[in-house]
Ligand binder design. Sequence first.
Ligand SMILES: NC(=O)c1ccc[n+]([C@@H]2O[C@H](COP(=O)([O-])OP(=O)(O)OC[C@H]3O[C@@H](n4cnc5c(N)ncnc54)[C@H](O)[C@@H]3O)[C@@H](O)[C@H]2O)c1
Length: 345
Amino acid sequence: MIMNTEKLVLAQFGCGYWGPNLLRNFSALPNCWVKYVVDASADRRAFVQANFPRTSAVESVGTVLNDPEVQGIVIATPAASHFELALAALRAGKHIFVEKPLATRVAEVDELGRCAAQHKLVVMTGHTFLYNAAVRYVKKLIDAGDLGEIRYIYSQRLNLGRIRSDIDALWNFAPHDISIIQYWLGDPEPLTVSRQGMAYIQDSVEDVVFLSVVYPGKIMANIHVSWLDPQKVRKMIVVGSRKMVVYDDVADDKIAIYDKGIDRKAILGQHMDFDAPPRPEFNYRSGDILLPQVKFTEPLRAEAEHFVECIRQGRAPLTGVDHARTVVSILERAGNGVLAQPLAA
Ligand SMILES: NC(=O)c1ccc[n+]([C@@H]2O[C@H](COP(=O)([O-])OP(=O)(O)OC[C@H]3O[C@@H](n4cnc5c(N)ncnc54)[C@H](O)[C@@H]3O)[C@@H](O)[C@H]2O)c1
């Protein structure tokens, strides 16, 4: 246990597109110091040096691993490098926060889990949306039974760009959707996972993917991801037997709850139930739409605080190895879209 008043010393590997967001949030936490950033690129090291003067930008991972003052490492490098860097950090006795996906194979996640358990270290994955107030609001609605039985969920995570050549659109975007859906449904094991995708811009890197997952209890999920789309869309729809919810992450009103549904009519004079009516009849419910106020706090700040709290209190994170494992296992069942070597530019 590390006292709240004791300074926690961290380091970060990788500070490209996403890394600065993590660095900004970890640097702003009280009693936290990001002592180093390691980046393979001289330009990115210069960026860190210019913008984060309390942090030293260095080239070698060894500098961090061999510094006993460093207690935790934030890993924000491309997915293909996560496992190797995470394992080295754990072996050096450091807690780790690893950007999504934790690794590219379930066997790797298991190895990280074993190593962390052996050394009593925290492993947390950057499944940011589980620290998002709107996602948590929907989880409460589902758990309270307000939506009734969940029938199906679909999501769209679409953009024009930023194209990657080390990972396909599914592995790049869908960790978010899978993580959210698993969280909402209470982490069930899918019955089937199937994908349909196409590579239009670069050979072997799918730009557009539709992922279908079927869960026990007739629950379906469909995830559409693309970086080849005219609109920026971040939308998820949950259809329940009582109510339906639209979660739109780019709208002002992030959540809309629709009191809509279709029920079968009970037939009076028979059995007061639905068994074998001559012709089924239906009630169409179309009630109010509720736009609840959701108090927004920056998810990355909440995520960074959670990692630090877990280290200080020796707790398992919400997005620890178990959660990350389900996400990687669904992606792995869908087909590996991470390239060992990025395509040449
Ligand atoms: N949570 C989110 O919403 C979110 C959003 C975007 C990206 N990400 C994740 O963040 C991670 C990084 O993505 P990105 O878009 O910033 O990638 P990027 O390619 O822009 O940046 C990666 C950085 O890591 C450096 N690097 C690569 N290998 C290294 C190594 N072995 N040692 C030290 N530095 C190394 C590169 O020089 C680069 O600066 C990925 O895992 C990605 O999935 C998460």
